[in-house]
Design a protein around this ligand. Structure first.
Ligand code: SF4
Length: 397
C-alpha cells in the first residue's frame, strides 16, 4: 500500500491514501465495498473519528463516510487500521475511481456493483477516469436511487438490467442487458468514454462523441423496457429494514458506535449507505428505531431538521464565524415551511442549489436572502442570537 501525503487539488475527491486539506485539518473519505459497512468496520471508523479526527463522521451524497479534522501525524495509524479492514485500495489512483453507488437495500444487483468495483481495481486503463466519474447500481423499489445522477447507471428491471448514461438532461436509458453481462457493459461504457476524453464527466461529452459512445453500446443491448422510478429517502420502520438519518448528515462518533451496537442487537450485520445521507439497516426493529432516536438521530421523515442544510461552521471550519449547526437546530425548533440553508460563509459547501431561505455567516452575523444560494446578494442582516427572526412572519428591525 503506498502512503501518500495530503493534497489540495480542485476536482479531487479525498481518499484514505490521498486526503484533502481543509480548514479544520485533513478530510478522508472512506468508500465501502458493495455500498455497506460491516458492523465491526463501523465501530473501527467511530473509534478512529473519536481518537484521530474531530469526533464526527459525515455521510456524503455519494454514499460514503468521511472523517475530518485529522493531522498528517495521524494518517499512518488511520491507514493501517483501515488497511486491516481491507478498506484501503492498493493505490490512490484506484481509490479515486472506485465510485460505485449502490441502492441501500439492493440484493441481486449488489453482485454487479462488486464486480464493477473489482474491474475498477484491476483494469489499469480505468485509472484515467476523472475523479468524480461514478457508477450507480439500482434495484428499483421504494428505495430506488435511479433518480440520482451518475455517469453510468444500471437498474434491475425484471430479470434484466437497464443501462443508462448521464446527459445534461438527466439519465438517457439506452437498452437492456442480461444480469451476468451488466458489469462488462458498464465497463465498456467507461472505456468508450475514455476513448473520447478530455471530458470531465459523461454529460460533458461533445454531441458527436456522445453519439459515438451510444452507437457502440446499443448493439450490445436489447430494446429498453420503461420503468417507474419513485425512489426517495424513507425513514423509520420500512418493509424489512429501518431508515435512520443524521442531523445535517453528520454522525457523532458515539452515535455511529451506538448504531452499530443497536444493529447488532437486532441481528443485522451491516450499515448500508445511501445518497440521501441516511443509513439503512436490514432489521425491521422498533427497539432499534427507539435506540437511534434516543441517541439523537432522525427516524421520522417529518423532522424539521431534515429541511435545513448546514455546513460544519465554527469551530470546525476556520472560514466560519458562526455556529451554523447550533443555530440551525434553534431554527428547526420554530415552525417553517420550505427549505433553509445555513452556511458558514459564501462558499456554500452544504448546498449548491437555491433554498427558500439562505443565511450566510459573516463577522458573527448572518446575511439573509430568499430563493437563493450562498452567493446571493444580501437582503438584510440577522444577529446569530436572534436567528429565529429570519423566519417569515417573525418581527425584525
Ligand atoms: S461553507 Fe461552511 S464548511 Fe464551507 S468553507 Fe464556508 S464555513 Fe467552511
Amino acid at each position: 500500500m503506498s502512503m501518500a501525503m495530503a493534497i489540495d487539488v480542485r476536482g479531487w475527491c479525498p481518499g484514505i491514501l490521498q486526503p484533502m486539506q481543509s480548514g479544520d485539518g485533513l478530510i478522508v473519505r472512506v468508500r465501502p465495498h458493495g455500498g455497506a459497512f460491516a458492523l465491526h468496520e463501523a465501530r473501527v471508523l467511530a473509534d478512529l473519528a473519536a481518537r484521530l479526527g474531530n469526533g464526527h463522521v459525515d455521510l456524503t451524497r455519494r454514499a460514503n463516510l468521511q472523517l475530518r479534522g485529522l493531522s498528517e501525524q495521524a494518517l499512518p495509524e488511520l491507514q493501517t487500521a483501515l488497511g486491516r479492514l481491507s478498506l484501503v485500495d492498493a493505490e490512490a489512483e484506484v481509490e479515486a475511481v472506485r465510485n460505485v453507488m449502490v441502492a441501500p437495500l439492493a440484493r441481486t444487483m449488489r453482485q454487479v456493483a462488486e464486480a464493477i468495483e473489482q474491474r475498477l481495481v484491476e483494469d489499469s486503463r480505468l485509472r484515467a477516469l476523472p475523479a468524480k466519474f461514478g457508477v450507480l447500481v439500482d434495484e428499483g423499489g421504494p428505495l430506488s436511487i435511479a433518480n440520482e445522477r451518475a455517469d453510468v447507471a444500471l437498474r434491475l428491471v425484471g430479470r434484466d438490467v437497464a443501462l443508462g448514461l448521464d446527459t445534461l438532461d438527466g439519465t438517457q436509458w439506452l437498452g437492456m442487458c442480461a444480469l451476468d453481462v451488466a458489469a462488462d457493459i458498464a465497463v465498456s461504457a467507461m472505456h468508450l468514454f475514455l476513448d473520447r476524453t478530455p471530458a470531465r464527466r459523461m454529460r460533458d461529452l461533445q454531441a458527436r462523441d456522445h453519439a459515438a459512445v451510444v452507437a457502440a453500446l446499443v448493439p450490445k443491448l436489447s430494446q429498453f423496457v420503461p420503468f417507474e422510478t419513485n425512489g426517495a429517502r424513507r425513514l423509520g420502520l420500512l418493509d424489512g429494514a429501518v431508515g435512520i438519518a443524521a442531523p445535517f448528515g453528520r454522525l457523532e462518533a458515539t452515535q455511529l458506535r451506538r448504531l452499530a451496537d443497536l444493529a447488532g442487537e437486532a441481528v443485522a450485520t451491516e450499515l448500508r449507505l445511501s445518497p440521501w445521507r441516511a443509513i439503512y439497516i436490514e432489521a425491521p426493529s422498533e427497539a432499534l428505531l427507539r435506540g437511534a432516536r434516543d441517541a439523537g438521530l432522525i427516524v421520522n421523515e417529518s423532522d424539521p431538521v431534515l429541511r435545513i442544510e448546514a455546513c460544519p461552521g465554527a469551530p470546525d471550519c476556520k472560514s466560519a464565524s458562526v455556529d451554523t449547526r447550533g443555530d440551525a437546530r434553534r431554527l428547526a425548533a420554530h415552525g417553517f415551511t420550505g427549505s433553509i440553508h445555513v452556511s458558514g460563509c459564501a462558499k456554500g459547501c452544504a448546498r449548491t442549489a437555491p433554498s427558500d431561505l439562505v443565511l450566510v455567516g459573516e463577522g458573527g452575523r448572518y446575511r439573509l436572502a430568499h430563493n437563493a444560494t450562498a452567493q446571493a446578494a444580501t437582503e438584510r442582516m440577522v444577529e446569530a442570537a436572534d436567528i429565529a427572526s429570519a423566519l417569515p412572519g417573525a418581527a425584525h428591525g
